[in-house]
Unconditional design. Structure first.
Length: 202
């Protein structure tokens, strides 16, 4: 599985398993850039929501039908973490994404393990590991007793083989998120470069 940036503002994603290779190309438009769910992660879950309703709140699954979501439900992995236990550490090889059923998870970064953000019921993290095997850029630690659902790379590969239309939908959503993040990172880098260039020399 790999990805590479394309000329302009786009990305190409290649998924390879056994003898099958899938390549998807995506180029962002103003329409995709103005879609807030591609960047923000604020999907809270009420106690009354079913797992199907929880999954529908996650951007990569939101366009799936109820029947398709049930296919996802059947391949999720439930995990329980105690307070202070790491879901994964910064630098670990990415295996997949996690959706919080209950509890809280702190996303931490750096040798001092500074908290970047804190996530709770219905929120998700680690989704980029479905597309790339790069080391985790931050760690994730349970703040208290926490239950999560894991969706891993082999699950995505299985979908590509057994239910291609579902797998393609998930990959397209993931790639759009990745394109958006690359685009915003490029904008921030350009702003920083301009600020440095405009600073008066001493």
């Amino acid at each position: 599985m790999g990805k590479r940036e394309r000329p302009g503002n786009g990305i190409e994603v290649t998924l390879t398993r056994r003898n099958a290779t899938y390549t998807f190309s995506f180029i962002h438009t103003h329409e995709t850039m103005n879609t807030p769910f591609l960047w923000d992660n604020f999907f809270s879950r009420t106690k009354q929501e079913s797992l199907t309703e929880l999954l529908r709140r996650v951007p990569i699954f939101e366009s799936l039908t109820k029947r398709e979501l049930r296919h996802i439900e059947h391949i999720l992995h439930r995990r329980t973490y105690e307070e202070g236990e790491f879901v994964f550490r910064e630098g670990d090889t990415g295996l997949g994404m996690y959706i919080i059923e209950s509890g809280e998870v702190s996303i931490i970064s750096g040798s001092a393990e500074s908290e970047v953000t804190r996530l709770s019921n219905g929120e998700f993290f680690g989704e980029m590991a479905l597309l790339t095997e790069q080391p985790r850029s931050a760690g994730a630690m349970a703040v208290k007793g926490t239950k999560v659902f894991g969706f891993f790379q082999p699950d995505l590969f299985s979908l590509m083989e057994t239910h291609p239309h579902i797998g393609v939908s998930v990959v397209m959503k993931l790639a759009r998120i990745l394109v958006e993040r690359l685009y915003r990172a490029a904008l921030e880098n350009n702003k920083l470069r301009e600020r440095i260039q405009n600073e008066p020399s001493v």
